[in-house]
Design a protein around this ligand. Structure first.
Ligand SMILES: [Zn+2]
Length: 598
């Protein structure tokens, strides 16, 4: 009996263990492959899907990581939780996503809502308390355990224009919760209605000489040189090339119903004699891969002409997982003088596509390997340095996409600078990671040492910008995010503070706010703090409009109640005393003290 009981228990335990293992396997599978169920996520606004900017949009230094949803150029539209879940992160910044919310969902994805005007209900309450408790407007709170739960369709906030936004819209993202990979919402079925095909404006042919790609031909597609059917465009004339090793590039965009805006396309594929040699598809990417946009496009051409050519071949240093390709990574090498067919198919996320077909013929290869100076070379996979007595420039491995034969020039110190000027290469070549840079300044008084910073010239070499840095052991050390001309400068000027009325014609409209315009001439606005009658108050800071705003809250209302009591006791009304301090990034301080008018 007893033995049988033991055996039964063992079987039950064994079953239990097997059951646990099976569950673990299922969980592990879900973690690695969260389900991409269509219609799991609702559109977070009341309208039908309507995008200002689609996923993966080509931007300066990044691919757009979400979709921008149209709010009809208005702020204040209710924003809804896209599915059940809990708030996993709240981030408020004066730049970037501005006021943002992250919601984790049981399907192992996270939705993100950015540029909100304000938050709603219990979320707004929680944030206000948190800001007062920590005396900060800007914060980034990641929740270790769920505190605020939401249901599909709950109002979480209102659409706005906060942070780096350049017009009212809702920024919406779907991420894999575990890996943080950013997903194209189209794969979840979040798509606008669209039956228009994309269009290709120009075809570019690059020749490779000394391994550098140079534009050899630029062909604008028009009705004279192209036969257009609904789904295919054929170039009438065969293209004759006087080289046999080349790559392709396209200027292309998508058209969307009821929108005059041009959008980026979702995918493209290149075929050589009907064989697929290169494909690009915008499905998902990791945050730190976004800067590979500068290797995806012809960066030099973009910097010179503000036009983004999308390349149909891969730079060695480009690691973003958008591509599949043959052994030559999309580079085409013709070994005969025959006519070859090339085809590029461009598609949008709604599966509308267009094909460009053309024929090329190549002469025998001409070997024109240019003799390069080989003393000044940066290599993509190695770390690279320029070291001099008064100057250090350091690039980590994988900071550049391709071999660079760089320019380097040292110029003597000129007026209003505090060091020599060091020109490191030029503005037309991208940097993937910031370089470390150290420049020895001229001798300054001890009290000015911590006011020194690095500055660089922009593309026109006329205006220079601050790029930060600190004085340390005789050098000013900082980061360089672009190639250019660097030198040491100084910032001893405090920011300016001015009370403004948003509605200048009618200041009485500003009855719930105090607004202050804060500006800094060079290093930029850093810390800020304000006190009303000695009590810390929360200011909302919008960097793009240089605006600090106080929305009347309990601190102000407390003061009003105190004043009411004074009046009841026949005591005079006291004006509120406001102290506002703004520092720039070099610690120069401005103060605004005022018995402010109500
Ligand atoms: Zn966006």
């Amino acid at each position: 009996m007893c033995e049988f009981g033991d055996l039964k228990m063992k079987i039950i335990n064994l079953n239990h263990i097997v059951f646990k293992i099976v569950i673990l396997f299922i969980l592990a599978f879900i973690c690695v492959h969260p389900s991409i169920a269509q219609n799991y996520f609702r559109y977070p606004l009341d309208s039908l899907p309507n995008f200002v900017s689609p996923f993966g949009g080509l931007r300066d230094n990044h691919f757009h990581s979400g979709i921008d949803l149209k709010t009809n150029e208005r702020e204040g539209l209710p924003v809804y939780a896209s599915a059940d879940g809990y708030i996993s992160r709240i981030k408020i910044q004066s730049i970037g996503y501005g006021k943002a919310i992250y919601i984790d969902h049981p399907n192992a994805y996270t939705t993100v809502y950015g540029h909100l005007q304000k938050y709603h209900g219990k979320i707004a309450e929680w944030i206000h308390n948190y800001q007062y408790k920590n005396q900060t407007f800007e914060f980034d709170k990641v929740f270790d355990k769920p505190v605020l739960f939401v249901k599909n369709g709950d109002t979480i906030g209102f659409s706005g224009n906060s942070g780096g936004s350049t017009g009212p819209h809702l920024h919406f993202e779907i991420r894999n919760t575990k890996t943080e990979a950013i997903m194209n919402p189209a794969v979840f079925g979040i798509l606008p209605f669209d039956t228009l095909r994309p269009t290709i404006q120009k075809l570019y042919i690059y020749s490779f000489k000394a391994d550098a790609a140079n534009i050899a031909k630029e062909i604008e597609l028009n009705k004279n040189n192209t036969i257009k059917t609904d789904s295919a465009w054929i170039l009438k004339d065969t293209i004759n090339l006087d080289f046999n090793y080349f790559g392709l590039g396209i200027e292309t965009y998508d058209l969307i119903h009821n929108s005059k805006d041009h959008k980026n396309i979702y995918s493209y594929e290149t075929y050589l004699d009907a064989k697929n040699i290169f494909s690009f598809k915008l499905n998902q990417f990791a945050f730190d891969q976004s800067k590979f946009i500068n290797a995806h496009i012809d960066y030099d051409y973009y910097k010179r002409n503000q036009i983004r050519i999308q390349k149909c071949f891969l730079d060695d240093g480009n690691e973003i997982p958008f591509y599949s390709y043959d052994k030559n990574k999309g580079r085409i090498s013709l070994s005969d003088r025959g006519v070859h067919e090339l085809k590029i198919r461009v598609s949008d996320a709604e599966a509308n596509s267009v094909e460009l077909i053309f024929y090329v013929k190549s002469k025998k290869a001409i070997v024109t390997r240019k003799v390069q100076q080989i003393d000044k070379v940066f290599y993509p996979l190695k770390s690279n340095d320029i070291r001099q007595k008064d100057f250090v420039f350091h690039l980590d491995a994988k900071s550049i996409y391709d071999t660079i034969f760089y320019e380097f020039k040292v110029s003597p110190k000129v007026k209003n600078t505090y060091s020599k000027t060091y020109q490191i290469h030029n503005y037309f070549t991208p940097l993937h990671k910031s370089a470390e840079i150290a420049i020895k300044p001229i001798k300054v008084k001890k009290e000015y040492e911590d006011k020194l910073l690095l500055a660089y010239f922009d593309k026109n070499d006329k205006k220079y910008r601050a790029t930060g840095g600190v004085y340390e052991k005789g050098f000013v050390r900082g980061k360089a995010s672009v190639f250019g001309s660097y030198f040491v400068s100084i910032d001893t000027v405090a920011p300016s503070i001015e009370r403004v009325f948003i509605n200048k014609e009618n200041p009485s409209v500003d009855t719930m706010y105090w607004h202050f315009e804060v500006k800094d001439n060079f290093s930029g606005v850093g810390k800020y703090e304000a006190y009303l009658n000695g009590k810390w108050i929360m200011l909302d800071y919008d960097a793009k409009s240089n605006m600090l705003s106080y929305k009347f809250d309990e601190i102000y209302f407390e003061f009003l109640i105190e004043n009411m009591k004074r009046i009841n006791h026949n005591l005079p009304f006291v004006k509120p005393e406001l102290l506002l301090r703004v520092y720039d990034k070099k610690g120069n301080k401005a103060e605004y003290i005022s018995n402010i008018n109500l």
